[in-house]
Write a protein that binds this ligand. Sequence first.
Ligand SMILES: *Cc1c(COP(=O)(O)O)cnc(C)c1O
Length: 838
Amino acid sequence: MLGKNDRTGMTLENLKQALIDHLYYIQGRDEQFATLNDYYMALAYTVRDRLTDRRIKTAQTYFQKDTKVVYYLSAEFLVGRLSANNLINLGIYDEMKEATKKMGLNLEDLLEQEEEPGLGNGGLGRLAACFLDSLATLEIPAMGYGIRYEFGIFDQFIVDGWQRERPDNWLRYGNPWEIARIDYTVEIKLGGHTEAVTDAQGGYRVRWVPQDTVYGVPYDTPIPGYRNNTVNTLRLWSAKASEDFDFQVFDAGQYTQAVAEKTFSENISKVLYPNDNTPQGKELRLQQQYFFVSCSLQDIIRSYLRNHDNFDQFSNKVAIQLNDTHPSIGVAELMRLLIDEHALDWNRAWDITRQTFAYTNHTLLIEALERWSVSLFGRLLPRHLEIIYEINNRFLDEIRRKFPGDRDRLERMSLIQEGDDKHIRMAYLAFVGSHTTNGVAALHTELLKRDVMHDFYEMYPEKFQNKTNGVTPRRWLLMSNPKLSDLITSKIGDRWVKDLSELRKLEAFVDDAEFQKTWREIKQDNKRTLADYIQSDNNLEIDPDSMFDVQVKRIHEYKRQLLNALHVITLYNRIKQHGASPSDVPRTFIFGGKAAPGYFMAKLVIKLINSVAEVVNNDPDVKGLLKVVYLSNFSVSLGQITYPAADLSEQISTAGKEASGTGNMKFALSGALTIGTLDGANVEIREEVGEENFFLFGLDAQEVMAMKAQGYNPLAYYRNNAALKTVIDQIASGFFSPKEPALFKSIVDSLLYKDEYMLLADYQFYVDCQEKVSLAYQDQTQWTRMSILNVARMGKFSSDYTISEYCKSIWHVEPVPVSLEDCELPTPRLKPSLVDQV
Ligand SMILES: *Cc1c(COP(=O)(O)O)cnc(C)c1O
């Protein structure tokens, strides 16, 4: 019986033996010469074996029951380190700790050896990872599809206050979690032209004659559910050149040339584009998107056809979710596969396509909506361009029927943005090719309907849904905050791990002095852990007794790290001028996050924060009251020690700009209080935790729009607010950059003459609200009460809840539990046909 044989047993003895075996037979080391990394690899393989049993049984179960499967297509999966999560989900963390201890090792040291797979930029990629964890935990048949980037998000380091980037060579030492599935390699076409041909029945067909082909090789990573037998798969595609044997070139004696060119097409999966919330209209990026989408759709069809001999049941067995527009070319690709490769007619293919796809919109920023130049697109994907034009023709006819004579509407809604430089509007393609489009927070969905996609809402109101984002309680509480988890479990049991609404039961202890004290001590411990990290990484001493005021997220103007910096300078000036006032609680301002390498303003904001830190941290007048820290290279791993250490969570985006945010949820789930605007999921977090337990400030989305419409004048705020004027004048005069006084001129100019993100309009509200935060922090009993209530009321923001809503209202799938009982170890058998494919 699975899991009970010695090879993959879960007992302490089994684990120890497996560690030794893997060290010896996989790493080829004995205990005398083994490095820490050898031990880590042995550990990972030991865990992987135990997942393999369950993964195979899971796949068998889905196949035998012919279940409907959810396919989550995402250009990014920011999964974080896998070892600890896998140990926890398998339920063998403590056993493994003991097993390694018996071998003279410390489990935490081994876990630190793992390279974080940084296959995402920020929130969007992390959401995909939380969703995979929840899908497996809820026992939903599901698979994630993405790209196996050889280089993930760059490593950030800070030199003289500036961000520098280094390539993230995460596969350098090998990746023990993945298994290559060479037998499922698929071929991808690129470029070339199309030809009209007549098929055997005399029908009109199109043949795509590509210029290049490239192979996609899948690599599978197991995704275990929390303490169940489900192990789903994350399948990532790696590009492999197909010109292995170009005999013509060989004959010409250009052997080395031919082999050198081989690497060219392998560039497709080389590197993750480091842009968050801004598209990069580069051909290689379009190649990446098409590459992984075509690989995935071919794989999905192959899998479907194992149980079916026609497409009648396709949309009853397959649900495909498009995570943003990055995979939206899938709409045209599925049409192409069904029509050109599987000989379906247009109408049938279109019905299937629209019943299969659903699309998640992630942004309200107009400049972040993906558009591809028609000429670039046509060069790379000539057949898809034809298909998109045909989809558009039929769609425009539909609009004409519904709104006769409304030419403006046709132009607004067309999938093609006309003009000298024509573009394809990918969000519109995704919408038209899907049965459902969802926003990621209530406000975001409302603004989509009212604003960005209003025309579409008028035509198809029933296609819009909201699915507020969530985060997995396994990684973001159980794993990252073990002490708080233990305390919670000691009071209300451990059912909260799978049902986060159970946390409500903590409200019974909100005034329990003993409980409050322990709660505070745990926060203090977490703050010490972060302080130790900062001591070693930044060589900076910070005081765990000060308030940790934290803003960690991608650096973006709309997220307004600059507003936070203006507040730091305001406090600094106030203390310099008047000395410490009674309301000045000692604060440590902690910033962290990466800027896109080509995003000049974001990089300048990092430099400004570090320049302010330089002044503040070295001024004896504010010693013990203010400190500023920039955490370099923010990542999931760093997040796991940062979120639990925060007292105050900064969620201060311009209202109407942040689609949801998920950092806001991770902070609150670890007992930080939020200072925030009415933006994204902040609105719902405040609703849940209660307005008295949330520090709200600033203009709301309507007010932002109204003020813009009236003609917003930032200069008026500058002139009428002395403290604000002082701060901006200091930045402008080189107070923080004495060697280069004009360094921050572009920041000052953008604030005074444009202020796209309304920092000056919100400045005084923010400063006043921060004053309330300081006062509240002085009453630690009251603060702790608020902290407990925040955690107790976060149930809604579990990604388990989010996913259960997707299952119910978008995907129409049910849990399929996997049993390990009375099953035989499967006999490996290779179908000749699969071998022939390669
Ligand atoms: C959660 C998370 C984010 C998203 O943070 P927001 O505050 O929602 O923008 C970005 N990066 C990492 C590493 C995260 O874990």
